[in-house]
Structure formats: C-alpha cells, structure tokens
Write a new protein. Structure first.
Length: 490
C-alpha cells in the first residue's frame, strides 16, 4: 500500500522523492530549491517568521508565579514564571491575544504574620525586648523594611496596628518582586490582588451561589463544599468554623472571575504542591455553572540548585534561601531562562549553577548564543576587510548546496511546527530543544561553509553571506521567543 501511495504521489515543487521505509513508512525528501527558499522566507518575514494562526481571534490568559508578597522571590518559584512567560510569547506568535497574569495572595494569615514580623523588628530597633515567634518571617529583608520605617518615621509608629506594618511590607515586597522578575525579562500584564475579591464581595457571592445551588452545607460550624459530587474522595471545607475562608474559597472566586472575563483559554501553571488542590478549585467553577474545559492546568516538578556539587537548601520562613536577584547576579538572566525550560514540566530539574556560567559548548546557553555570535562575527570581519556591508543582499540562495547548509535550512523550516507544538500542549520545553537542535545544525555549517576564504568563488561567497544573515535573524528570533538575549560578542 505504501509503495502504491508513493508511486502515485502527485509531483510538487517541494518534494524531490518519496521513499518507502519498513514496515510501511513514507519518507518525503524536500527539494533543494524548497530548502533554499527558507533563506528568503526568514529574511522577508523577519519577526513574523514562524507565526501561525492557531489562536487567531482568541483570547488566552496565563497565570504563573503568584508568589505570596511575604518575601523576595526565591529561586524555587522561578520555573513556573519562565514557563508561563515563554508560553505567552509562543501564544502571541500563534495569534492569541494573550494576558500574562500574577495573582497576589495579599490576604489571609500569612499577611498577618508578615505584619507581625515587621512590627517586631521595628520595635526591636526602638530598643524593646520583643522576639519573633517560630512562625514569623526571619529573613534579613524584614529588618530592612523595619529600618526604612524607622528612618522615615522614627518612633511615631509605635502605636500603629499590625495591619499598618503588613500593608507597608507587602507593598515594598511586591515592588521588589516586580523588579526581580523584570531582571529576567518577565513582565506581567495584570497583577490581580486576592484582597480585591473580598473588597468587591466576589468571594461571598460565589459562596452564596454555591449554597443556593445545593453544593454547600454546614457541619461543625464550618461551610463544606460537596466536591464528592464531582468525583472527589471527600467533601472540602470552604469556610472554617471561625469564619475564615480556606484557600479554596478565594481561588474558586478568582477562577469564576476568569470565566467571566471571556477567555477562550486559561492556563494555570503551578508547582507540584497544587496537584490535589487545583482540581477542587475547578470543581467549584463547574458548580457555579461553567464548563471548565477552557482551563488547562500545567503542573511542573521541583527545581534543585547545585553549586560546587552540593545541593543548595532553602526555606522562605527561616530566611535561608537564594533570591532571584542573587541568582541573576551570579549566573545572569539568560541561563535562568533557558535552564528553567530545558526539561518537560513533568521532570525535575537540577540547575547546575557552575555549568550555567561555563563558557564552553557543554553549556547549552553558550552553545546556542554562540551561533548568533558567529554570524555577527562574519559580518564584522566582512566589514573590516573593506567589503560593502550590504553585499549579502545580492547573494543567490540557489548556490547553497552543501549538505550542512541544507541540514540547517531543513531545521529552520520546523519553527512554525514547534510553535504549534508548544502552544497545543502548553509545553515550552520544545522551544529549548529546538533552539539547541538549530545550533547543532548550524555549527557544522559554520565550520565547513566558509565565506572569507580566498578559494571561495564570489557568487558563492555572497550566497553564504545571505545564508548567515538569515541564520543570524533566525537565532535572534528564537532566543527572543525564550526571553533571552542574542549577543554579538561573548
């Protein structure tokens, strides 16, 4: 059957040959002319190269990071942020009107503890003999915030309530978090405050609707949600007997709000600690009357950090952690961006901080960026030799017949499919894999297909210059999709 299909395949300008391979596969070999045309497509389409229409006319929202505003962002929370931002970039490439959103958990017990911790540190600066409790935040950043208050207000805040200190501390920490994320090229479109769900009454509206629909009952003074009606193994508490909502209640209200905002696709990117809780929140949205098929929950595994062969241990409350700012200062933004999407979200990552700064081909970041550097270097040498800078525009891609040139163009052709793969599956690691494979196809071409060598004929020289200009633009595009820089020198 396969042979019959191959024998009767219509002739096209882009398929040179159809070969049958056991046990019945059809392999299509593209024509050289079609591969050579990729050079022109990359140069003509520019930043639009690789764009697909998968999400045309659709709205998407991606939520990620969503760390409590109780301390600087530590490196254990960054994987989801890089995954989310990279996915957002790919979704825009696929035509989605994309919103990247950060949910601030600025309500609840942890904010009270933040306020208490800050107030105690402030009182200590006033000379009072007060101590932090075991549940309070111990990090030096709390003392820094208290010092700011002392420097600005002196002793005048001694009678201010815990809420004053909590509000000040969370605002300062939120500003730090935004700046830290920006340092690795993550900027959110929306910062959604949990507290706003209480200020607008949305939490209690959601609870009342669930009660009216018969999904909430009271037991032992608490309000219980009948999650068993949606396949859960037991019902769950929404409001404690004390009147304090559990985390499920505002989370349900928040996702109810997402549904009302009219997104065609919502992607929640969470760490492994949300494995059991995320489905319960969607049960609440379903009980409120919404089809939750528009929500994709992406759970990623943990990241461990290795320095000098030893794992770095961290605890936010104890204050023993490496902040994102410290990691960025040590290894730079680009290695953070790459390594955080270097594996499927289903797999844990070991972030080797020594490898991340190694300037050799063992470091995949160096390996990929060096392809762009090599392209830029060709044009610097070309200009330094006194040639016309824009001479490459006269190059004829039809002269690009070397095996390594064609292999690279074959890989370049795959970018639109990679964008679709990333978006369809909400798996940004495919982009990291592609970038590495693209570099692996490029470097042999660079080594074999010279430009400035005296024996290279002038027409071929110009064709290769055009090839390297297209390669340079393609690497810049792919690196940008991953939120990384495209350096001209390293």
């Amino acid at each position: 059957i396969a042979q019959a299909i191959a024998d009767n395949m219509p002739k096209t300008d882009y398929v040179a040959e159809v070969v049958v391979a056991p046990p019945g596969f059809l392999n299509f070999r593209l024509t050289e002319a079609y591969l050579q045309s990729v050079v022109e497509r990359v140069l003509e389409e520019g930043e639009d190269y690789g764009r697909v229409s998968l999400g045309a006319g659709k709205k998407a929202q991606i939520e990620c990071v969503s760390a409590n505003p109780t301390g600087p962002i530590h490196i254990g929370r960054i994987r989801g942020g890089v995954m989310g931002d990279t996915l957002a970039r790919a979704m825009k490439k696929a035509g989605y009107d994309t919103t990247l959103e950060y949910y601030y958990n600025d309500a609840g017990r942890q904010i009270t503890l933040l306020g208490e911790s800050t107030r105690i540190r402030y009182l200590q600066l006033l000379g009072q003999d007060v101590q932090l409790g075991p549940d309070h935040y111990q990090g030096a950043y709390i003392t820094d915030i208290a010092q700011e208050l002392w420097d600005e207000h002196g002793e005048s805040l001694i009678d201010e309530p815990v809420k004053y200190f909590a509000d000040y501390a969370k605002d300062r920490i939120s500003a730090w978090q935004k700046a830290s994320l920006k340092s690795i090229n993550i900027e959110f479109d929306v910062y959604y405050r949990e507290q706003s769900l209480y200020e607008t009454g949305k939490v209690w509206q959601a609870l009342e609707i669930l009660r009216e629909k018969g999904y909430v009952y009271e037991k032992d003074g608490a309000q219980w949600f009948k999650t068993t009606e949606f396949g859960d193994d037991k019902d769950r508490v929404l409001v404690k007997s004390s009147g304090e909502p559990t985390y499920r209640m505002p989370d349900i209200a928040y996702h109810w709000d997402k549904a009302q905002r009219g997104f065609d696709l919502v992607v929640d990117i969470f760490g492994p600690d949300h494995h059991a809780t995320a489905p319960q929140v969607l049960m609440g949205v379903q009980a409120l009357g919404y089809d939750t098929s528009f929500v994709r929950t992406v759970l990623h595994q943990i990241v461990s950090f290795i320095r000098g062969g030893q794992e770095v241990k961290m605890s936010t409350r104890a204050g023993t952690f490496i902040t994102l700012d410290e990691l960025e200062a040590e290894v730079g933004a680009d290695p953070i961006r790459y390594f955080m999407i270097s594996r499927s979200g289903h797999s844990p990552i070991e972030f080797d901080m020594d490898l991340a700064i190694e300037k050799s081909d063992k470091n995949p970041v160096y390996y990929i960026q060096n392809a762009h550097v090599r392209c830029a270097g060709i044009f610097r040498k070309w200009a330094a030799a006194g040639y016309e800078p824009d001479a490459w525009q006269a190059g004829d891609p039809a002269l690009l017949t070397h095996e390594h040139e064609l292999n690279f163009l074959r890989k370049a052709l795959e970018l639109p499919q990679v964008v679709e793969l990333v978006v369809d599956n909400c798996e940004p690691h495919h982009l990291a894999f592609y970038a590495y494979d693209l570099a692996a196809a490029f470097h042999p071409a660079y080594e074999s297909c010279r430009v400035l060598h005296s024996e290279v004929p002038e027409p071929l020289r110009l064709a290769r210059l055009r090839f390297y200009r297209a390669a340079q633009e393609l690497f810049a595009l792919v690196l940008n999709l991953m939120g990384m820089s495209a350096p001209d020198v390293m």
